[in-house]
Design a protein around this ligand. Structure first.
Ligand SMILES: Nc1nc2c(ncn2[C@@H]2O[C@H](COP(=O)(O)O[C@H]3[C@@H](O)[C@H](n4cnc5c(=O)[nH]c(N)nc54)O[C@@H]3COP(=O)(O)O)[C@@H](O)[C@H]2O)c(=O)[nH]1
Length: 881
């Protein structure tokens, strides 16, 4: 109810209501006035007709009275002196009326006109109404006949007649006065009767004797007198012309005649109608103006109301938003001195987050000024910044560590917005975000395993150190550290052990350096040291580097086993060995390789000469990239011989690279490089396809089928598409899987035995044979070995080389032969160059051999020739077993 009342009181509602009421009043007054004016006009019209009838009645009475006097004189004279002598006598005495207006005549008993004035031709009127009336009735009153014309008077005229009789009362004729009907309506006053008013005489028979409407004379028509009298004072439609008139009727005393006067309603009410039109027009215009003004006022009011509502909603939204907001809101009103200078701020409003941030209640804050609460604001720039935004508007934003102890946050983001009369400060506690950012930054720049700076942070720090050294003429030492035999630990003891080793080594290295030095993990088992702020003799750091070598090689217990791992360190020094980070890293890397080549567990400083090796490596890498496209690769095939039969049963496919400038490049030189940069995947795939194609070509040529062995490197074996690629090579070449053997190394399959077994089983299922190459050099787990679907072990040539002279190699070789047979595998020895070696192997049950003793790796045509028996090696019978 209250709401409804308040709504009604609101201007946007009350204004239209008021306007409607005002319009209603205006129109009610106007219509009422019109109504009363109409009543007055009608009364006036009715009165006017009453007045006119009185006047007209008197006029007519006077006129008829005159006519009656004439008739009486005529009657008197005619009855005394006879019909013929009456008129001359009367004329002689000047008793006849003017012949211009009245025609008088005497009719005898037969109806013949015996005298007339003015003189007229003789006429018999015996058939006329008035004659028969007087002939038949002894009447003593004037008979007024209907308008007519006859032979003696061609103009329409009225006959006023009286009976003539003799002394006995017998009928002797008729005295006649003829009058123009217009005579009775000549008193028509336009000023009062208008153009449609009526003056008329109507006989008791209802027939009009004379009538005038405006200028129009008429007679003879019938008028319903009772109908005219039915509604006194009200306009009635006249039967003769349909015009509505206020009509008055008077019966003329002693005459069978009524006087009729009428004024037309349209003319009588014309002034009123005009006035009414004027009033309605004025009221209409006034209403339109009122509506227009009210409409404009309403629009303004509505606009204002809308604006107020918007402001109210905005305030409500602001209040709701600020309350539910994670940000603290402080509405600060400027406090000015008498001169208008801004001296402080007062807390006008705050939200609950602001209470939490300050630890003060709303009322406590509102009782404070900014500088009263935070005196430091005057000195730390806060007041100055707020004042600047207050005076100049705009928005000021900043974030940083909180230096105000009154605010409970570590980090704050400030947004100060200028508003009317002050500022709104929106303060957000960003401590959590900052901590997260720090965490993310740390994660992005540190190695997750060791917590050391990662590659990106190492480079960053190195660049900073270089920049600093450049400014201060200092040196920076960069050391590239690679663990020796880490792979072995990882492969044999598993990844967890490898991770533990890396963490331990990392912590030992950190323990060796200063706070300002950086020890970072570059990736895998590679670490980098950045030692800045050196004077120009880097040799002073040799003891530190030795300390690192010593600390790394300290034994460590992993998975219950005592393990010792050394490291190789390569050192480059700014500015001597390079002026930028990339060059220094590259040179340190080169030096580290030199340390590896120099027997590991040592430290090498970069020298110019090392660059040559590096450049060589880069050139080879570049050449490798182009080699596939340039068809620079080919395969050589080395026969594999069955010792028992002495026959070639298979070949090992060995990759050869014919460099366009450098000639033949040994696989030992480019295969590790291709492994390092991943090019071994496409190169290995090419070798696989080519070997399959060649084996199939030999078969297609009708030669005895050979098993072709293809080497698979670690990177190839890890390739998730290995099985797919092998299947594609077989399908593409059309070689049956039984004629393909893949040679894997111990270390590659021992790294993740479960995954290796799964992959090997897939290959075995396809019908492909698997052999373990270089057996004896790795660390095979015999349990794992049992579970592998391996069909052949290949004794590494390092054991075969000294077979004749080394009892150890003999023992190892015999053990491998025995192991193979126990695991139900065949065994082949590679690198067999001498008859002694072959003989030893045969005596100790080795199944197969491969080596220069039989043949070097040769082009496929040579194998073809061997198969065809065209080329015979000393020891090999070139037939498949
Ligand atoms: N992933 C791939 N690796 C390949 C491929 N082709 C070769 N290789 C590997 O390169 C290494 C060096 O190979 P290579 O220089 O061809 O040497 C092979 C033989 O020539 C050599 N050999 C054979 N018999 C003797 C001998 O009597 N004496 C002697 N000194 N050397 C001999 O041994 C190498 C074959 O070794 P292995 O593979 O272990 O059987 C080598 O490790 C190849 O594996 C390739 O396509 N993919």
């Amino acid at each position: 109810m209250k709401r409804w009342l308040r709504m009604c009181l609101e201007t946007q509602v009350s204004l239209p209501v008021f306007t409607v009421v005002l319009l209603a009043v205006v129109w009610a007054a106007t219509l009422h006035f019109i109504d009363s004016e109409e009543v007055a006009a009608r009364e006036l019209a009715a009165e006017s007709s009453s007045e006119l009838i009185a006047t007209y009645e008197a006029q007519v009475a006077r006129s008829i009275n005159g006519i009656e006097q004439t008739l009486k004189v005529l009657k008197y004279s005619a009855e005394r002196q006879g019909a013929r002598g009456a008129l001359p006598d009367l004329q002689a005495h000047g008793l006849l009326p003017s012949g211009l207006v009245f025609v008088v005549s005497i009719v005898d008993a037969e109806g013949d006109t015996v005298a007339s004035n003015p003189a007229a031709p003789p006429l018999n009127v015996a058939r006329e109404d008035y004659f028969r009336f007087h002939q038949q009735q002894r009447s003593n009153f004037t008979y007024i006949a209907q308008v007519m014309r006859d032979a003696s008077n061609q103009d329409w005229h009225l006959h006023f007649t009286r009976r003539l009789e003799d002394a006995r009362g017998e009928f002797t004729g008729v005295a006649v006065v003829e009058v123009d009907p217009a005579y009775f309506t000549s008193g028509y006053e336009r000023s009062r009767l208008g153009e449609l008013g009526v003056l008329g005489l109507v006989g008791d028979d209802g027939v009009v004797r004379a009538m005038r409407v405006g200028d129009r004379q008429s007679f003879g028509q019938r008028v319903d007198i009772p109908a005219l009298l039915a509604k006194p004072g009200a306009p009635v439609a006249s039967s003769w012309d349909g015009v509505k008139r206020y009509t008055a009727v008077r019966q003329l005393a002693g005459l069978h005649l009524s006087a009729v006067v009428g004024v037309a309603e349209s003319e009588q009410m014309a002034a009123f109608v005009a006035q009414r039109r004027q009033l309605l027009w004025e009221a209409g215009v006034a209403s339109a103006v009122l509506i227009l003004l009210a409409g404009m006022a309403w629009a303004c009011v509505l606009q204002g109301a809308k604006a107020r509502r918007r402001i109210r909603r905005a305030q409500e939204t602001y209040a709701a938003a600020s309350e539910s907001n994670m940000d603290a809101f402080f509405v600060l009103r400027a406090v000015r001195n008498k001169e208008g200078a801004l001296v402080d701020f007062k807390f006008a409003a705050v939200n609950s987050r602001a209470e939490q941030l300050t630890g003060m209640s709303r009322s406590e804050l509102r009782a404070q000024t900014l500088c009263g609460w935070l005196p430091a604001a005057r000195h730390n720039g806060m007041f100055e910044r707020l004042a600047h935004v207050t005076e100049n508007g705009g928005v000021h934003q900043e974030e940083g560590e909180n230096a105000t102890p009154q605010l409970r946050a570590e980090w704050l983001h400030w947004q100060v917005v200028g508003v009317e009369g002050g500022v709104v400060a929106i303060v957000r506690d960003i401590s959590e975000r900052k901590r997260a950012e720090e965490r993310i930054y740390h994660m992005a720049h540190h190695d997750a395993l060791t917590g050391l700076p990662n590659r990106s942070l190492i480079c960053d720090r190195l660049q900073h150190s270089i920049a600093h050294a450049e400014r201060n003429q200092e040196s920076v030492l960069v050391a590239f550290i690679d663990l020796d035999s880490f792979k072995l630990v990882n492969d044999t003891l598993g990844h967890n052990a490898g991770d533990e080793l890396l963490k331990e080594v990392a912590s030992r290295m950190v323990g060796c350096v200063r706070r300002e030095d950086t020890v970072g993990r570059f990736g895998g088992d590679e670490f980098v040291l950045v030692l800045p702020h050196l004077d120009n003799d880097p040799q002073v750091l040799v003891p530190l580097l030795n300390k690192i070598l010593e600390s790394v090689i300290e034994p460590i217990v992993l998975e219950g086993q005592k393990v010792q791992v050394s490291c190789s360190i390569g050192v480059a020094v700014y500015p001597r060995d390079g002026r930028d980070a990339d060059t220094l890293m590259m040179h340190a890397d080169a030096a580290m390789y030199r340390a590896k080549d120099s027997g590991k567990n040592n430290c090498q400083f970069y020298t110019q000469e090392m660059n040559a090796g590096l450049e060589e490596k880069l050139a080879l890498t570049d050449g490798l990239r182009k080699a596939l496209e340039g068809n620079q690769f080919s395969l050589a095939y080395q026969p594999k011989v069955n010792l028992e039969s002495g026959r070639m049963f298979g070949v090992e496919a060995l990759l050869r690279w014919q460099h366009p400038q450098r000639g033949n490049i040994a696989p030992a030189q480019f295969i590790p490089l291709a492994e390092e940069n991943g090019l071994i995947i496409p190169i290995g795939e090419w070798a696989l396809r080519e070997a399959c194609r060649q084996a199939r070509a030999w078969q297609d040529a009708g030669l005895p089928p050979l098993v072709v062995s293809v080497n698979v490197s670690a990177r190839q074996f890890d390739d998730p598409r290995l099985v797919e690629r092998v299947a594609e090579a077989l399908a593409w070449s059309g070689l049956c899987p039984q004629w393909l053997e893949l040679e894997l190394t111990e270390s590659m399959i021992m790294r993740d035995t479960a995954q290796s077994v799964a992959k090997m089983r897939q290959l075995e299922t396809m019908g492909i044979a698997l052999a373990i190459d270089d057996f004896g050099t790795g660390y095979s787990s015999l349990t794992a070995l049992k579970s592998f679907p391996i069909s052949r072990l290949k004794i590494d040539q390092s054991f075969v080389r000294d077979l004749a002279g080394s009892a150890d190699d003999q023992a190892i070789t015999c053990a491998i032969i025995s192991l193979s047979h126990q695991l139900d595998m065949r065994v082949i020895a590679e690198g067999v160059e001498t008859e002694q070696q072959r003989s030893f192997l045969q005596q100790h049950g080795c199944d197969e051999v491969q080596g220069y003793l039989y043949s070097r790796p040769v082009p496929p045509q040579r194998i073809t020739a061997m198969l065809l028996g065209e080329e015979v090696s000393d020891e090999v019978t070139m037939f498949a077993p």
